[in-house]
Design a protein around this ligand. Structure first.
Ligand code: PMV
Length: 307
């Protein structure tokens, strides 16, 4: 049984989402994780993940291992005993630790492939809830936006502790993603924003409210097909993220380079300090904006159409 899951980017609302404000995220289908589960002639559950050079039997891995923890959760959930003999292969084109949701995508693809191969069907809501549990093992207190957008594979208007709202795009639009190549743990930037918030709640709450407005207008613009508005919204959202101290010189210079090369707007995306930035572009300018990002130091670019 095979299953796959896309990457994701946050369009608007990162960090503010941790404080109950809405955020928008969209799947990035150009990159994906593929998982395949089949019966094994050998005893045990064998995992093959060449991208991380992993070829091991489940029991030889620590229980909190990124892949083992997913398999153990699924087995536990279905109360399966004795364990079946399985071969599990995982491949991925999603860059790791780059804010593109590679961890959540591994969980979603693997959970789906396992549930199909064990003939225990799961709804999207169940896949989402289980992936969130796994995200919490690895990321502390994630808002849940990654597992949600990756499970449903649609644009998501996300608010913590609220039912999932997916929405449609009135018109497709094109985003160039630029990767700084700097691995920056989201936990740290979230912790730093928490310290700022403790010192100056009034100011931070105001910034979160402004970001919430941007996310709300962003959703309306996307739904009604007035996607040209998104550029300006990105620029504003980036300024607020700078105020929250989660941007970095590298992110700022990629954002600047994208705008100079003709992007309609740009911002960092995700936890910040490193990881990715995104730029809204006219499709005809996508390649030249991507080239400008590479010249400005990006380690990798992805052009994606949100439709
Ligand atoms: O770094 P990413 O793409 O996983 O995004 C983190 C988004 C935050 O809002 C900063 C944290 C969260 O859990 O929502």
């Amino acid at each position: 049984m095979k299953a796959s899951a896309p990457g994701k980017i946050i369009l608007f609302g990162e960090h503010a989402v941790v404080y109950g404000r809405p955020a928008l995220a969209v799947p990035v289908t150009q990159v994906h994780v593929d998982a395949e589960v089949s019966d094994s002639p050998r005893a045990g559950i064998w995992i093959h993940a060449p991208i991380i050079d992993l070829h091991a039997e489940l029991n030889s891995l620590p229980p909190d291992h990124a892949i083992a923890s997913v398999i153990l959760k699924v087995i536990q959930r279905f109360g399966i005993s004795p364990l079946p003999n399985l071969d599990i292969s995982i491949s991925s084109t999603i860059p790791v630790a780059a804010g593109l949701g590679s961890g959540a995508a591994v969980s979603v693809a693997l959970i789906r492939a396992l549930s199909a191969s064990l003939s225990r069907p799961m709804t999207d809501d169940e896949v989402n809830a289980l992936t969130y549990e796994i995200e919490k093992i690895h990321h502390g207190t994630p808002s849940g936006i990654d597992n949600t957008v990756i499970t449903y594979g649609k644009p998501v208007y996300f608010m913590k502790d609220r039912p999932v709202e997916t929405f449609k795009t009135g018109n497709p639009f094109t985003i160039v993603i630029g990767d700084t190549g700097i691995a920056a743990p989201t936990k740290e930037s979230v912790g730093d924003v928490r310290r700022l918030w403790i010192r100056d709640q009034f100011n931070l709450e105001n910034i979160f409210n402004e970001i919430a407005q941007i996310a709300l207008i962003g959703r309306r613009s996307i739904e009604s097909g007035r996607t040209e508005m998104l550029g300006e919204l990105m620029d504003h959202n980036h300024e607020y993220l700078q105020e929250l101290t989660v941007s970095s010189p590298e992110l700022d210079s990629l954002v600047e380079a994208a705008r100079k090369a003709g992007a309609l707007g740009a911002k960092m995306s995700g936890g910040g300090r490193g990881g990715n930035m995104i730029a809204l572009v006219d499709p005809a300018k996508a390649e030249s904006v991507a080239a400008a990002l590479m010249s400005a130091g990006a380690k990798r670019t992805i052009i994606t159409e949100v439709s």
